[in-house]
Design a protein around this ligand. Structure first.
Ligand code: EPZ
Length: 431
């Protein structure tokens, strides 16, 4: 299995192009199952999760084709993928595929909306919490589907089609809102979603669905209205920039020091996180090309943070911010409100010398002047990258194991960091 070797201590100076957002690309790709026409997605990141989802969609009968390099393309421009599900040949999403990527459960929405039937494996738990799908099933039931759970599979049926309904989410759910958007777009009548997720990725999906002929108002706010249509058609859509990738490199620059331009990053996608970063002492500026993040010496100030749905501080940046706080001059409190078990990085950060104590849903981080490199291993994507960030600012060598987590969500991580002067390399095991 590959490992990443990092020798810490170098500041980061240079340009990091921000890739297309994984968490926007995945639901957009799934939306291709809603139409028999071609959905063309631009700026799709080259990630293991994208490749796996193509296989999952292929199992339902979706063809995919990727554009080759074009004259004038930036060296690592995002890829353009054409997805065409002209005939759905299989309405079952099997355990061996769904269990490898939770978001693939969302195929249940287009399958039931278009075919009136879907059999999708329950995704199961994962390293950051139990992550149930009860609210996604609530959406489908409200829209008139009959749901049964049998032998680990959700069997959904709506032989006469879905019908519009009022959906009140008891808590904000991104996946639940994606499910409702996709299913309601092909339902008879009007659907009203209250307490909808306002995440930019939800808005990106809605924008694409509108290009495909859906009638959606209010996406990006907590109340969304969808008037169902009988069919959706093909469209072309560019995936929005990855705010979590941008925030991750922003934290890295704030921690290691230096001056980095995050090309394509947008302040409006990360309002609270960037404000907090400024409070830690980093400089964050919007420029014509993206966001510039710098820290030239000076101390890292401790700041308390609580994760919240958008526009609050994202849970997907919690681990990275904790890494930054391990070097702060003082103590900070990081409270996780979205997932109940998203502190698996704490014990690994401790291997680098961090002092962190857990107190219920909060981590108390006592900043220290120096971290020291060590072998570390992570259990999920964002936890892994928090270890990379900490290692960049630690003395000596860190070996990060289980790199496949990083490959799921960070495109060309080593190359992007190397281009800014970091000493990072991948060690591939021959076996
Ligand atoms: C999306 O997951 C993201 N995944 C996650 O990113 C992100 O952390 C999360 O939203 C929150 O922003 C993708 O977009 C692929 P939720 P999702 O439904 O949709 C509870 C990453 O690292 N809940 O908004 O699965 C749930 O347990 C990943 O890129 C229910 O109780 O998250 C959680 O506590 C990790 N019942 C809360 O809601 C349900 O039926 C929010 O989860 C659904 C969710």
């Amino acid at each position: 299995m590959d490992r990443i070797r990092i020798i810490g201590g170098n500041p980061l100076n240079g340009i990091i192009p921000v890739s297309g957002a994984k968490n926007a690309a995945l639901p957009l790709m799934i939306a291709s199952l809603l139409t028999s026409d071609t959905l063309t997605l631009e700026n799709v990141p080259r990630l293991a999760d994208v490749n796996l989802l193509m296989r999952i969609l292929g199992n339902h009968g979706c063809d995919y084709r990727m554009d080759g390099k074009r004259v004038g393309d930036a060296p690592y421009a995002g890829q353009t993928i054409h997805l065409e599900a002209s005939t759905i040949v299989d309405t079952t999403a099997p355990y061996d595929l769904v269990s490898r990527m939770r978001a693939s459960f969302w195929v249940v929405a287009p399958l039931i909306a278009r075919m009136g039937v879907a059999k999708v494996s329950l995704p199961g738990g994962c390293a950051i919490g139990t992550r149930p799908v009860d609210l996604l099933l609530m959406v489908l039931e409200k829209l008139g589907a009959q749901i049964e759970i049998d032998s680990g599979y959700v069997h959904a049926k709506a032989p006469h089609g879905l019908r519009g309904a009022e959906i009140d989410f008891p808590k904000v759910t991104v996946g639940g809102t994606h499910t409702a958007l996709m299913a309601a777009s092909l339902a008879h009548g009007v659907t009203l979603i209250r307490n909808a997720a306002c995440e930019p990725e939800v808005r990106d999906l809605a924008d694409c669905l509108v290009k495909m002929g859906a009638k959606i108002k209010g996406a990006g706010t907590s109340t969304i209205e969808i008037e169902g249509v009988t069919r959706l058609h093909g469209a072309r859509h560019a995936v929005l920039p990855d705010r979590i990738e941008a925030g991750t490199y922003a934290m890295a620059a704030a921690m290691a020091g230096g001056d980095v331009l995050l090309e394509g990053a947008q302040e409006s996608l990360l309002p609270v996180a960037l404000d907090i970063l400024r409070q830690t002492g980093a400089t964050v500026e919007t420029t014509a090309r993206g966001l510039r993040v710098a820290r030239h010496g000076g101390v890292i100030m401790p700041v308390d943070v609580t994760t919240e749905p958008f526009p609050g501080f994202p849970t997907d940046l919690q681990a990275q911010f904790m890494a930054l706080m391990t070097r702060a001059q003082g103590t900070s409190r990081i409270t996780e409100t979205i997932f109940e078990n998203r502190f698996m990085h704490v014990q690994e950060l401790a291997r680098l010398g961090a002092r962190i104590r857990l107190d219920g849903d909060a981590a108390i981080v006592e900043g220290r002047p120096v971290l020291k490199g060590a072998p570390v291993m992570a259990t999920d994507l964002r936890a892994s990258v928090s270890l990379v960030i900490a290692a960049l600012a630690a003395e000596g060598e860190t070996l990060v194991h289980r790199v496949y987590h990083l490959d799921r969500g960070f495109e060309r991580l080593e190359q992007k960091l190397q281009a800014c002067g970091a000493q990072v390399e991948r060690i591939s095991d021959p076996g």
